[in-house]
Ligand binder design. Structure first.
Ligand code: TRP
Length: 332
């Protein structure tokens, strides 16, 4: 049986890139697989968020999962810090992870910037915690975007090193779960960068809690080039802004870029943007309103998280006992 594990960090606003690039795909997976979807609040600590914001964003991400169609009965939805096994297994795995492997991680290099000595240990160890998330549940498949592939590769290496060291196939080597059309949504202000909650410009992203007017304003302000839309997908090459808007349109309409482009070939961006605004508002409004309804009742979100954490713990505890016993930690 395939077991899926994935997670989103509650570090910023839940945006269109999180939805189209990740969570929407999770909904389809829940039909056929055993799915565990986590809100990785321990990972969020690496950037020292304000406590009140971290709590509200954790609930917001949970609300977004559910509003997007992830069913808390069929799947396990929980926040990472509620299952202590993540931190425990992370320590064990860190004792099997050579520094050289971590030194290769490009995300750490990007995030740490020039002053590596000031970067915190948690940021450096982040990929080990991610490996622990996955391996704690013996997940076999992990839906991740392009930017997390290197971390997933490291998870496989750590699992392999651990299994080899103790001479037992404790952990399956997790595989990336690739989707038909990879959806990588880029910033509306700079299409060479991923749409991200850490971008200081709010206009760079569409947040899932944005109302219709805000969505319209952001799409109309989105950066484009002066040329009209091309007649086919080939014409989007070397036009990152145009390619991004067409990709967003196609993803929202659940169609191909060719088909999204066809009715607009040769048109100006202003008319295409109008169509994109209408589409985005009609597709996102039901999710936004469901998110807001859920967030107005935090106790109900907490009940879902508590139930998820209990079910997750049942699986995690079994793995942890197996691991502890194998490595010589006494489990009396
Ligand atoms: N690092 C992932 C991201 O930023 C989030 C994450 C943490 C994750 N643990 C995970 C994703 C385990 C998949 C599986 O997107």
């Amino acid at each position: 049986m395939k077991r899926i594990f994935s997670g989103v960090q509650p570090t910023g606003d839940f945006h269109l890139g999180n939805y189209l690039g990740a969570v929407r795909n999770w909904v389809a997976l829940q039909r056929d697989f055993d799915c565990i979807y986590c809100i990785v609040d321990l990972h969020a600590l690496t950037v020292q968020p304000e406590p009140v914001r971290l709590a509200s964003r954790t609930r917001e991400v949970a609300a977004a999962y559910i509003a997007a169609g992830v069913d808390p009965k069929r799947c396990i939805i929980f926040n990472q810090s509620m299952v202590s096994g993540h931190a425990e297994l992370s320590w064990v795995l860190s004792c099997h992870t050579p520094l050289g492997w971590l030194n290769r991680m490009t995300q750490f290099k990007d995030k740490a910037g020039k002053h590596k000595d000031n970067a915190v240990l948690g940021l450096y160890g982040y990929p080990v915690l991610m490996a622990a998330d996955i391996l704690l549940y013996k997940a076999t498949h992990v839906p991740v975007g392009e930017d997390q592939k290197q971390h997933l590769e490291l998870s496989r290496d750590i699992a392999g090193a651990f299994n080899h060291h103790y001479g037992k196939d404790v952990f399956p080597l997790p595989e990336p779960q690739i989707f038909g059309v990879a959806t990588r949504i880029m910033s509306l202000r700079d299409a060479t960068k991923k749409m991200s909650s850490s971008d200081p410009s709010d206009a760079s992203r569409i947040n899932m809690t944005d109302d219709a007017d805000t969505i319209a304003a952001k799409v109309r302000k989105a950066k484009t080039d002066p040329e009209p839309l091309p007649g086919d997908v080939k014409g989007l090459e070397n036009r990152p802004e145009a390619a991004n808007l067409v990709a967003i349109y196609a993803a929202l309409a659940e169609t191909t870029k060719e088909q999204a482009l066809a009715p607009h070939a040769g048109a100006q961006f202003s008319s295409f943007k109008n169509a994109l605004v209408d589409l985005a508002v009609s597709k996102l409004a039901p999710i936004t309103s469901e998110m807001k309804r859920l967030m107005s009742d935090p106790a109900s979100i907490d009940a879902i998280l508590r139930d998820g954490a209990e079910r997750a713990s049942a699986i995690a505890d079994k793995t942890l006992r197996e691991v502890k016993d194998l490595i010589g930690l006494v489990v009396p």
